[in-house]
Design a protein around this ligand. Sequence first.
Ligand SMILES: Nc1ncnc2c1ncn2[C@@H]1O[C@H](COP(=O)(O)OP(=O)(O)OP(=O)(O)O)[C@@H](O)[C@H]1O
Ligand SMILES: [Mg+2]
Length: 348
Amino acid sequence: MAVKEQLLLRILKQALPYLRRHRGQVMVVKLGGEIAANTEALRSLAEDISLLSHVGIRCVVVHGGGPQATELSRRLGMVPTLVQGRRVTDDQTLDVAKMVFAGKINVDITSALRTQGVQAVGMSGVAADILHAARRAPTEITDEVTGEKSMVDFGHVGDITSVNTGVLSLLMENGYVPVLSSLGSDGDGNILNINADTVSAAVAADLQAGKLIILTSVAGVLADKQDPDSLVSLLTVGQVNEALSTGAIAGGMRPKLAALARAVATGVGRGHILSGLQHGSLLLELFTRAGAGTLIVREDDQAAHRAPSTLPFGARTPMTEDAAREVAAPEAGAPEVAPPPGQGETAP
Ligand SMILES: Nc1ncnc2c1ncn2[C@@H]1O[C@H](COP(=O)(O)OP(=O)(O)OP(=O)(O)O)[C@@H](O)[C@H]1O
Ligand SMILES: [Mg+2]
């Protein structure tokens, strides 16, 4: 057999235990606005999601739309304000959020999925009481750089008070893939803008999803956010909470990590952050040993036991994080298969 064919076979066989493990699971996939705005990235991601749903994984797509909301606000002569990755939403910005999140982006994603043979159904969290929220009271915020404290009124920004995923389950059971934008409402007809990372975590927790996968514009959590090569490939919930308290995590990465830590602590199997701009990263993350981004696990997860017990944030460990991840995978309890020749030690 030619070398190329052997390699192809090996890759396919490496995917087998993951295929068996993931089948029938619910996965919540959140994508950031930058991915939805990039036609090529969106097409590639829609192919990946199509593959997942065709192998029996039940997917819910949740999306943000930060860059598009910022762009439309600017076009309308407004000055967008973000505090720690969350958008200050006045009356006009709420209109922009409705137009962009529940409008353009939602339709674009639904259409990209439809093109790849996925029966996608677009909706916002206002539908069927999916996201019930309360307006956030003015909050004291500590500036990431100066350490200065100030009161911030986020406007029409909601904190989720309850989640009703009934309609999402109904759709998934019937072969549809829900595409959810991050607007919710309170009981009095007020529409509220909710951070899409936070929404994805609440939805994943309510569905007790096997995975919450957050796709963004960077490779994953970076120990040094200026250095794209400083990817941290495995973190426990405890390490995430520690990292959040040190200030190593800034801007839009904060709500992501907070959301993932909460989701994993409340019953979601595992959390992932990876690039949605890199071709095929979702499939690599789910179906190969090395993975592609940052994996977030509970401390009692088998992967956490096998990883170095302390992973100082911002410093390299003697074992590279990628190596740790290699040892950690595949997921705890993955079915055993014979390893391909020459790969005995770390094989499933
Ligand atoms: N330690 C870190 N590692 C990685 N990224 C970081 C870190 N600290 C801050 N960031 C920033 O977080 C950003 C990702 O969040 P952002 O809110 O911009 O996008 P998103 O959430 O994917 O999209 P959307 O807001 O449209 O849903 C990265 O582009 C990066 O600049
Ligand atoms: Mg964001």
